[in-house]
Design a protein. Structure first.
Length: 126
């Protein structure tokens, strides 16, 4: 996706990757299901909020920072029925609050199904 874009109000079903963004995008109020990776953030300066990411397949993640995503704001998202909640977190990403339900695995050394830098994460059905 080009930089400085807005992705809002979409429903994405049965793709390998639901939404994949680079730099300075706004992703809000989207629904992604039946994807190996629901949302991949590969850049910086993105705002990702109020999305519903559910039923990832093949051991996928609700949200992945793809080892390159930094300085992003990822809040108020619901991740449901995913093997991983949020993975590949590094840098200065703000990722709280988000809600997790039926998330199988946690990122190493962190809260079940989620990774938190600071703040609050709600985890349902741990």
């Amino acid at each position: 996706m080009p930089s400085n874009s807005t992705v809002s109000g979409n429903t994405v079903v049965s793709f390998s990757v639901g939404i994949w963004v680079g730099n300075a995008n706004t992703i809000n109020s989207d629904e992604v299901s039946l994807a190996s990776g629901a949302l991949i953030i590969s850049g910086r300066g993105n705002v990702v909020k109020d999305n519903v990411l559910f039923t990832t397949i093949g051991g996928g993640a609700g949200i992945s920072f793809n080892c390159t995503g930094t300085n992003n704001i990822v809040t108020h998202n619901l991740i449901n029925q995913s093997f991983w909640g949020i993975i590949n977190l590094h840098g200065t990403n703000a990722i709280t609050p988000n809600t997790f339900s039926n998330v199988s695995k946690r990122s190493p050394g962190r809260a079940r199904g989620a990774v938190s830098v600071e703040g609050r994460i709600t985890i349902l059905n741990p």
